[in-house]
Design a protein around this ligand. Structure first.
Ligand SMILES: [Zn+2]
Length: 418
């Protein structure tokens, strides 16, 4: 059931816009009230609210009846992708291709020979120049493919061959050539005139659904596990958390894959400004917010590297983490962690029989990082990086253990209930 829900989420959440769109539906269905970030808010105790920020980030929060500590769970809405450039049609060899650039650190060769969809947002002329009309767009089906070169044309391919985005990664849309074919396609799908399209933020995504595999059906393989596993857990957690004291917040940031330093990323003041709006609207002081930051806790949720049984030497000598063996607590390198936050999460896991494992990086490797430590530079809170272990991070399709999503969702729920 948990994996079925994750699979349905992944099939709809094809880029950060569509993640926010889908998550908003879940929150609406759970009775959360939508707020507009530019309004003056009138919040009340026992309220459940959410606010979209620039349509690719979102904060959902609940206000308890009684006073209590601040709890925050954070994840990111974006995944590595290919971003469609302006005037993208490239007509050559009797085909129409799309000009793209890389977004985040995709394992590029894994994108070859798979159906490619396009999703994001399109901006159109409005009544007023300063208020263009925006429309979400998702092709919802494969509309292109990136063909790999045959081994006969590339004999060294299995020794590792450089992949050029500008040359090798351009999705082929169709045989036949048509000037401005892509914008004509967009206009017809959106039922608007092509002349009204001013701009767009569109991404190529892997248009394949997830699958279960393994002798005992123990592996789930799907696109965008990084970081839809965590986004879903943060939202399910805040919906199902039932603490009646303090404020619970789930925040989904955009742009983690390109370093978080954007207006809607973890490296901006977006989060702290919205928190200030929440506190002021409830009649609380700014000093109280600062006190709550210092006394509260943040869970930063993102995928972790499971040990690859074909390449165990790439993981730490001792602290290797395995698929289906529980959530991963990252206590290493540039991740966010401290003794207090580790102890709290271990305590919750032990109380509620949630399996967990400790991850440390292989000491000669640089290791990974995520938004937890970046968010901490904006709001200095006790923070712990956790997530489900996966194989093949940043590949077109990533692999997780089918048991681990349940452990993660249980943990975030109890974090918001205890
Ligand atoms: Zn991630």
């Amino acid at each position: 059931m948990t994996i079925r829900k994750l699979n349905s989420f992944i099939s709809k959440a094809t880029c950060s816009y569509m993640v926010v769109e889908e998550v908003s539906n879940y929150l609406e269905n759970a009775g959360f009230i939508a707020l507009n970030v530019v309004d003056e808010w009138k919040l009340a105790k026992n309220g459940r609210y959410y606010v979209k920020i620039y349509d690719t980030s979102l904060m959902a929060f609940t206000v308890g009846e009684k006073e209590g500590k601040l709890r925050i769970a954070a994840a990111h809405t974006d995944s590595p992708a290919l971003k469609i450039k302006a005037s993208p049609d490239m007509l050559s060899e009797g085909c129409t291709r799309l000009n793209v650039e890389g977004y985040g650190g995709a394992v590029l060769h894994s994108w070859f020979n798979r159906p490619i969809g396009i999703s994001g947002k399109v901006f159109l002329k409005g009544e007023d120049i300063f208020t263009p009309v925006s429309m979400k767009f998702d092709s919802g089906e494969g509309i292109g493919i990136i063909p790999e070169l045959a081994i006969h044309m590339n004999r060294e391919v299995n020794k590792g061959v450089e992949v050029s985005i500008a040359k090798d990664m351009l999705p082929v849309l169709c045989t036949g050539t048509e000037e401005e074919g892509f914008e004509k396609y967009l206009a017809s799908k959106l039922n608007v005139s092509r002349e009204d399209i001013l701009s767009y933020e569109l991404y190529a995504y892997i248009c394949e659904s997830g699958e279960i595999t393994g002798l005992n059906k123990e592996f789930y393989v799907a696109p965008r596990l990084d970081n839809l596993t965590s986004s879903l857990a943060c939202i399910e957690g805040i919906i199902n958390g039932n603490r009646d004291e303090g404020i619970n917040v789930s925040v989904l940031f955009d742009n983690e894959e390109i370093g978080s330093a954007t207006k809607q990323g973890a490296g901006s003041q977006m989060f702290s400004m919205v928190m200030e709006k929440i506190y002021l609207s409830l009649g609380y002081s700014r000093e109280r917010l600062i006190n709550d930051y210092f006394d509260g806790m943040m869970l930063s949720v993102d995928v972790a590297h499971g040990v690859n049984p074909n390449r165990p030497e790439k993981s730490d000598n001792i602290n290797k983490v395995r698929l289906n063996e529980g959530i991963v607590i990252k206590t290493t390198g540039t991740y966010a962690y401290d003794g207090k936050s580790i102890s709290i999460i271990k305590g919750l896991c032990e109380k509620y029989d949630i399996k967990y494992q400790i991850f440390t990086k292989q000491s000669d490797s640089r290791g990974g990082g995520t938004l937890g430590a970046i968010a901490d530079t904006m709001v200095p809170m006790s923070t712990l990086d956790i997530g489900v272990p996966i194989w093949g991070m940043h590949s077109a399709k990533e692999i997780m253990g089918i048991k681990d999503q349940k452990y993660l969702e249980e943990l975030v729920k109890h974090f918001f209930s205890e």
